[in-house]
Design a protein around this ligand. Structure first.
Ligand code: ATR
Length: 275
């Protein structure tokens, strides 16, 4: 029997861990899945997607810089994708419509709550960044029931725009926006959703946002401690996590959407750490 075909699309793509993660999921569940990586030309994401589905592809993951285009291209969007403004999962639904989902937020929340035992209810969260990555995770984070989410960003107006966008559905969760210099009190959880470390930068935060039991989470994943997590450790944090768990959990959620079975993730994370 031929395997069903899946892939991750991005540009660049050669460093993607998704093929490795999904082949471990396929092995573990016994599902007939073949998962490859496709580098789409920067000016032809749409052509790459239609080509893939035309030759019988079953589902795509989408990564930088195409997540917003994947969202636009879709003929149908799940509520998660709709609010995220970006999609990381595409498939053709039962009615033949190209459907977009976004599993990043669920991946983050599952990693925090299930893998790291962080209860988000009633917590005060400092979220750094206001780009696509942050927008993509806000709805599931709000749904987890924290007391407050403070969005701090270099460009404050972008944080304010996200507060305006998510406030109507925030319920009792207090949302606010500010620059990096403003927060001066300890938070229960600090999440770095900026891409500052790609330029070797750190957001200029006061160390007063950290106390010993502050949980610090960098959505970036790195073989060594990320610069942001190192900064947090240097200022007294004791519980710091990188985004490997989020990466594996968002993949597991995509796999579940496509195959109807959710793989176990712990062993896969272990394998990746040892790669
Ligand atoms: P992504 O999809 O990774 O979110 P993005 O939408 O370009 O990419 O957003 C990048 C985020 O990282 C933004 O919040 C950006 O801040 P601005 O909105 O002010 O641009 C933030 N960022 C990028 N480089 C940064 C740096 N050197 N210092 C601080 N924040 C930075």
């Amino acid at each position: 029997m031929n395997n069903d075909l899946y892939a991750v699309v991005g540009n660049p793509i050669s460093h993607s861990k998704s093929p490795r993660i999904h082949s471990l999921f396929a092995q573990q569940t016994g599902e007939s899945v073949e998962y490859t990586a496709i580098q789409a030309p920067l000016d032809d994401f749409a052509g790459t997607v239609s080509n893939f589905f035309d030759r019988g592809g079953q589902g795509l993951n989408v990564t930088v810089p195409f997540k917003e285009q994947a969202w636009s291209l879709a003929e149908r969007r799940t509520p998660e994708a709709e609010k995220a403004g970006a999609a990381n999962t595409l498939y053709v639904d039962g009615e033949g419509l190209l459907t977009a989902d976004n599993t990043d937020g669920k991946g983050l929340v599952t990693d925090l709550t299930t893998n790291h035992g962080v209860d988000l209810r009633g917590r005060r969260i400092l979220m750094l960044g206001a780009g696509g990555a942050v927008r993509g995770v806000l709805a599931p984070l709000i749904a987890a029931g924290p007391a407050a989410i403070t969005l701090a960003n270099r460009t404050v107006s972008k944080a304010e725009a996200l507060v305006a966008l998510f406030s109507p559905e925030a319920g009792n969760v207090e949302l606010s926006a500010c620059g990096f210099e403003t927060p001066d009190e300890p938070f229960d959880l600090i999440i770095n959703g900026t891409s500052a470390s790609l330029q070797g930068d750190l957001p200029p935060l006061s160390p007063n946002v950290i106390e010993a039991d502050t949980v610090v989470y960098d959505m970036m994943y790195s073989l060594i401690t990320t610069p942001f997590n190192q900064w947090a450790l240097d200022h007294g944090a004791t519980r710091v996590f990188d985004g490997l768990g989020m990466l594996v959990e968002q993949a597991a959620e995509s796999f579940r959407i496509w195959r109807g079975i959710r793989p176990q993730t712990a062993a896969v994370m272990e394998e990746l750490r040892n790669d």
